[in-house]
Ligand binder design. Structure first.
Ligand code: SAM
Length: 212
């Protein structure tokens, strides 16, 4: 289903500068319409963020692609995602051969994502908790990807990143953020690159924004 639309979306991503072939292949295979509510399915291959309920969104495909290209995950690596939402980003990483750990704070979205992972037979480790604290048990991670906007880079996540690991995280105010790409050079040193102009829903948690 929606094969033509999926191919067209991948062509658009290529035109906008996405070159990572493993990522483009994963986008071609993964059915985005499986991750959105029924009424939204006809719009699943438009390059836009879409509502998934509870005031949350499935990120725009281009944004997912830019973040994943920046993370540059390799098969067999361990990646922690903060903000499971629909489950699409986690599934995309899984499709690329990554060992995926994902955290969602909203219980309803968490349960919905679990059902989707189950239905599509995706072996993704998921938990419902405050992702700004990370998931220490399985650390260190080769990559950490945060899909909600944060006021800063949570210290717990810095600690749980492996040496030479990469973290991709939108940092800014509640409305606009800069995508920060951190490479951990040593226990205390990080090299940081930036891509401006992103807009994510807020990361709510102990090391994110307060609930209210
Ligand atoms: N990655 C998702 C996808 O592929 O659909 C999109 C994520 S949506 C833009 C951001 C998600 O982050 C929301 O589902 C929100 O509930 C979640 N979130 C916000 N703060 C969080 C936190 N501290 N820990 C875990 N999840 C959080």
């Amino acid at each position: 289903m929606y094969e033509t639309e999926r191919k067209e979306l991948v062509e658009q991503l290529k035109k906008r500068g996405i070159t990572n072939q493993a990522l483009l292949d994963a986008f071609l295979k993964l059915e985005r319409h499986q991750f959105v509510p029924d009424v939204i399915k006809p719009h699943a291959y438009n390059d836009v963020a879409l509502p998934i309920g509870y005031g949350q969104t499935i990120s725009q495909p281009y944004t997912v692609a830019v973040m994943t290209q920046a993370l540059d995950p390799k098969p067999g690596q361990k990646v922690l995602e903060i903000g499971t939402g629909s489950g699409f980003q986690a599934a995309l990483l899984y499709q690329m051969g990554v060992r995926v750990f994902t955290i969602e704070r909203n219980e309803k979205l968490y349960n919905r994502a679990l059902k989707i992972f189950d239905r599509l037979e995706l072996k993704i480790a998921a938990r419902c908790s405050d992702g700004s604290l990370g998931w220490e048990e399985f650390s260190p991670y080769d990559g950490i990807i945060v899909t909600a906007g944060s006021p800063g880079v949570p210290n717990y996540l810095k600690k749980q990143l492996a040496i030479n690991g990469k973290m991709v995280i939108p940092v800014g105010d509640k409305f606009t953020q800069t995508l920060k790409i951190l490479t951990k050079k040593s226990v205390t040193e990080f090299q940081t690159d930036e891509i401006p102009y992103f807009a994510f829903v807020p990361l709510i948690g102990k090391e994110g924004w307060n609930e209210k």
